[in-house]
Design a protein around this ligand. Structure first.
Ligand code: GLU
Length: 448
C-alpha cells in the first residue's frame, strides 16, 4: 500500500498557523512513510472561494517548503458528486427533506425542553410521494440527508487511539442544501476514494464528521473503504483562547511579510507543539521529518505563543550562514559582506533587523558623547592602519592605561560615541567594519 495523504484547504482565506499545522503533519507523515501528498482545493463554495486565495495558499505552502505531489480543485468534480448523489439516492442512503431552518429550530427547541438531544427526527423518511409532490408544489425544494446506520462506528485513531461514535446521537447529516449546493462532507469522501487516499489527518473538530464520513465511504466504496483517520487536538492561543480571534496576525502571509519570520521557525515550532519533544530550531525539513510521529501528540490542545516563535526565529537566524541570507540582505540594502553578517547575526531576531546594524556601520550615526575630553583622548589612541579583530582590545587597553578608566566606564562611552546606542553587536567586530576614519569622526561628535 502506498501511503497517500491530502491537505484540503478551502480557498476562502489565507493559511494561518492552525491549518499550516495540519498541512505540516500530513506532509511529515507522508515523507516519513515514503508516501505522496495531494493538495486538494476545496472550492465547492463558489461564492466564497477565489483564485487569489488559492494562489495565496499555494504561495504560502511553497514558501514554507511544504511540497505536494498532485493537486486538483473540487469545483472540477461536480459530475462525480452528482453521480455519487444518484448512487446514494438509488441505494436509499440519501433522502429528501423539506423542513425550513425555522421548522428545524422549533423541533430542536421542543426536544431540548423535553430533555432530549436535538437529533433530527427523520420525519421526512415517512413522507409519501404525494406529500412530497405537495410540498414541492408549494415551492419547496428538498435538501438531502444521509441516513446514518444508528449503530456504533469504531476506528483506531492515529492520534487518539481506539475511538467510537454512536450515530444514534447524531443527526443524519445534510449533504446537499436546498439550493443544490454541496456541503463539504460528500465531495470530500468522493475525492478521497477517487484519489485513493490512505490516511486522513485533520483537526479534532472533524471527529463527528468522520463518523458520518466512514459510513458514506462504506456506502460508496464497500466495507473497509474508509481511510485511516487521525484527529489532532486544535491549536489554541497561549492562554487557551481560540486562535480564530486573531487570525490576521497569525496568517502565513503576515508572518512572512509583516513579522519577518523564517519558514523553518514556523515549521520547527508547529511540528513540536502539543508533543513533549523540546522545541528547537531545525535547519531542514528532513530533520523535522526524522523525529515526527503522530503518536507523540498529546490529547490536550496545543498552545501557540507568538513570543516562542520569535525566540525560535532568533535562534535560527543566529545559525544562518552568509550565503543563506545574502540575497535577502541585498534586497533590504543590508548586505555588508560576510564579516558584517557574522558580526551582527547573534544580535538579530529577524534577518531584516540587520538593516539597523548596517546603518550603524554605514551611518549616518549621531554619536552620543557624554565626556568629550575622554572621547577625544580615545580618538587620539586609535591604532594606525587598517583595523582588525584585535584592534578593539589593543585600543581599549591603551585608553585604559592612559585614562585609568575600566569596565563599563571605559566601554560604554566608546560604544555610545561609535554607535549612538547603549547595546548592540560586539564592538571588537563592529569597530573594523566602521573603520578608523569614521570612528575618529564619531568620537569627535560628528554625525557620519
Ligand atoms: N476543506 C475542509 C476544511 O478545511 C477539509 C477538511 C478535511 O481535511 O477533510 O475543513
Amino acid at each position: 500500500m502506498t501511503v497517500k495523504v491530502r491537505f484540503a484547504p478551502s480557498p476562502t482565506g489565507r493559511l494561518h498557523v492552525g491549518n499550516v499545522r495540519t498541512a505540516l503533519m500530513n506532509v511529515l507523515f507522508a515523507r516519513a512513510q515514503g508516501g505522496k501528498v495531494l493538495l486538494r482545493i476545496d472550492d465547492t463554495d463558489l461564492e466564497r472561494s477565489t483564485a487569489e486565495y488559492e494562489q495565496g495558499i499555494k504561495d504560502d505552502l511553497t514558501w514554507l517548503g511544504l511540497h505536494w505531489d498532485e493537486t486538483f480543485n473540487q469545483s472540477h468534480h461536480f459530475d462525480q458528486y452528482e453521480a455519487a448523489k444518484a448512487r446514494l439516492v438509488e441505494a436509499g442512503y440519501l433522502y429528501p427533506c423539506y423542513e425550513t431552518e425555522d421548522e428545524l429550530e422549533r423541533k430542536r427547541k421542543i426536544q431540548r425542553a423535553q430533555g432530549k438531544p436535538p437529533v433530527y427526527d427523520r420525519a421526512a423518511l415517512s413522507l409519501t410521494e404525494a406529500d412530497r409532490a405537495k410540498l414541492e408544489a408549494e415551492g419547496r425544494t428538498p435538501h438531502w440527508r444521509f441516513k446514518l446506520s444508528g449503530g456504533r462506528i469504531e476506528w483506531t485513531d492515529l492520534v487518539r487511539g481506539p475511538s467510537h461514535i454512536e450515530t444514534s446521537s447524531v443527526s443524519d447529516p445534510i449533504l446537499i442544501r436546498a439550493d443544490g449546493s454541496y456541503l463539504y462532507t460528500l465531495p470530500s469522501v468522493v475525492d478521497d476514494l477517487d484519489a485513493a487516499i490512505t490516511h486522513i489527518i485533520r483537526g479534532e473538530d472533524h471527529v463527528t464528521n468522520s463518523a458520518a464520513q466512514i459510513e458514506i465511504f462504506e456506502a460508496l466504496g464497500g466495507k473497509g473503504a474508509a481511510p485511516q483517520m487521525g484527529h489532532h487536538p486544535l491549536l489554541v492561543g497561549k492562554d487557551g483562547e481560540k486562535l480564530s480571534k486573531r487570525l490576521g496576525s497569525l496568517s502565513v502571509q503576515g508572518l512572512r511579510e509583516e513579522e519577518g519570520i523564517e519558514p523553518l521557525a514556523v515549521l520547527s515550532l508547529l511540528a513540536k507543539l502539543g508533543t513533549s519533544d523540546p522545541v528547537e530550531p531545525r535547519g531542514s525539513f528532513e530533520a523535522l521529518a526524522a523525529d515526527f510521529d503522530l503518536a507523540k501528540l498529546s490529547r490536550t490542545p496545543a498552545r501557540f505563543d507568538p513570543a516562542e516563535l520569535e525566540r525560535l526565529n532568533a535562534k535560527l537566524v543566529h545559525d544562518l550562514n552568509y550565503l543563506d541570507v545574502k540575497d535577502k540582505l541585498a534586497a533590504i540594502n543590508a548586505d555588508g559582506g560576510e564579516a558584517f553578517w557574522n558580526a551582527v547575526r547573534a544580535n538579530l531576531t529577524r534577518v531584516r533587523d540587520a538593516a539597523e546594524w548596517r546603518q550603524l556601520v554605514d551611518g549616518p550615526v549621531t554619536p552620543v558623547i557624554e565626556d568629550a575630553e575622554f572621547c577625544a583622548a580615545a580618538a587620539g589612541l586609535l591604532p594606525e592602519g587598517t583595523l582588525d579583530g584585535d584592534s578593539w582590545g589593543a585600543w581599549t587597553g591603551a585608553v585604559k592605561a592612559a585614562t585609568g578608566r575600566k569596565g563599563k566606564d571605559l566601554f560604554m562611552p566608546l560604544r555610545l560615541a561609535l554607535t549612538g546606542q547603549p547595546r548592540g553587536p560586539e564592538m571588537a567586530v563592529l569597530l573594523p567594519l566602521i573603520g578608523a576614519d569614521k570612528a575618529r569622526a564619531r568620537l569627535s561628535g560628528k554625525t557620519v
